[in-house]
Design a protein around this ligand. Structure first.
Ligand SMILES: O=C(O)/C=C/c1cccc(O)c1O
Ligand SMILES: [Fe+2]
Length: 312
């Protein structure tokens, strides 16, 4: 068994609201380098921790986390549509292993996923089908959230499963870091917004286009005095990254969910995918980790980071 980890922020505003060309080029270079590392590693399996943004998961049945044995991308923004090459047998074995080890996992045999799941997969592999993948969606956008300690425990048990596989496994975490796009909250939502958050699957093209336009418009003023959303917080992001690469992931258990929302924005909870990914690799051996890149990019509503690790 050998294990590689890549955790990356994602943003659907790529191509729709780009920062200056030098920054786009810089990010493209970092992604190309990370992808070359994946290519050289040649994973036999990808375990993908990702959030959803009210495209696959809604409040009609909102799990804290879910393993998919089959997944279809909705192709929101400019993300790739279509099916992911999910290794359904391994996904099912993982669910059984989690049950046997104290994690009450949710299972989906047909899950819709969005840019939060597919952007990083595409960036790291060039497609949604290049390698067998097991998607694990962690609720990071729809409060209330289970404690970070539970996410770390989930990651640890996934790591124990990976350790028993005798395969080259790439663990991906996608989302974060600090950011707060205009995603509505169920509390106090007007009736039609609440209806969308509870059961908004398969929206009309017009509904999807209007939603995307709102995000693009938010990107154009994000971080300015016109913007009411919580701004990016580079200090918070860099402290969080350092905690992970120092091997101190358990310290994140102590952070309060409310404080993270206040300091880093409501969608900063997408870092739950990074917590799970680091806990997973930590359970497979001794870990070497590094920060490949960080920049706060308002145009993309993203504290944008890339972190890599290997275990031996
Ligand atoms: O779901 C949406 O419409 C927008 C999501 C978004 C916006 C900006 C940064 C991100 O990481 C997002 O997921
Ligand atoms: Fe996101």
């Amino acid at each position: 068994m050998s294990v590689m980890l890549k955790c990356l922020s994602h943003t659907p505003l790529r191509d729709y609201n780009d920062p200056e060309a030098s920054i786009v080029n810089e990010v493209n270079e970092v992604i190309a380098k990370a992808r070359a590392g994946v290519e050289a590693f040649d994973p036999e399996l990808i375990v993908l921790f990702a959030p959803d943004h009210y495209n696959g998961l809604f409040y009609d049945l909102m799990p804290p986390f879910v393993v998919a044995t089959a997944a279809e991308s909705v192709g929101d923004y400019s993300s790739l549509p279509g099916h992911l090459s999910v290794d359904s047998d391994t996904a099912m074995e993982l669910v059984k292993f989690l049950f046997a080890n104290g994690i009450d996992m949710t299972l989906s045999h047909r899950l819709q996923v969005d840019h939060g799941c597919t952007q990083t997969l595409e960036e790291m592999t060039g497609s949604l089908t290049r390698y067998p993948v097991v998607p694990i969606i962690i609720n990071s956008v729809a409060p209330p959230f289970c404690p970070y300690a539970r996410i770390r425990k989930l990651g640890e048990i996934v790591g124990q499963f990976i350790a028993g596989l005798d395969k080259r496994v790439l663990i991906l975490g996608t989302g974060g870091l600090s950011h707060e796009p205009p995603v509505p909250l169920l509390a106090d939502a007007p009736e039609e917004v609440a209806e969308f958050l509870i059961a908004g699957r398969n929206p009309t093209p017009e509904f999807r286009a209007a939603r995307q336009e709102r995000t693009i418009a938010a990107g154009k003023i994000y971080g300015s005095e016109l913007c009411e959303q919580t701004p990016l917080n580079a200090d918070w992001d860099l402290t969080f990254i350092q905690t992970l690469i120092d091997g101190r992931v358990a310290e994140i258990d102590e952070l309060s969910i409310e404080e993270i929302s206040q300091q880093a924005g409501r969608s900063a909870h997408e870092v739950r995918t990074w917590v799970a990914a680091f806990a997973a690799i930590g359970a497979t051996g001794s870990v070497t980790a590094r920060k490949d890149y960080y920049r706060a990019i308002n145009e993309w509503i993203a504290g944008y980071g890339v972190v890599s690790a290997e275990s031996a």
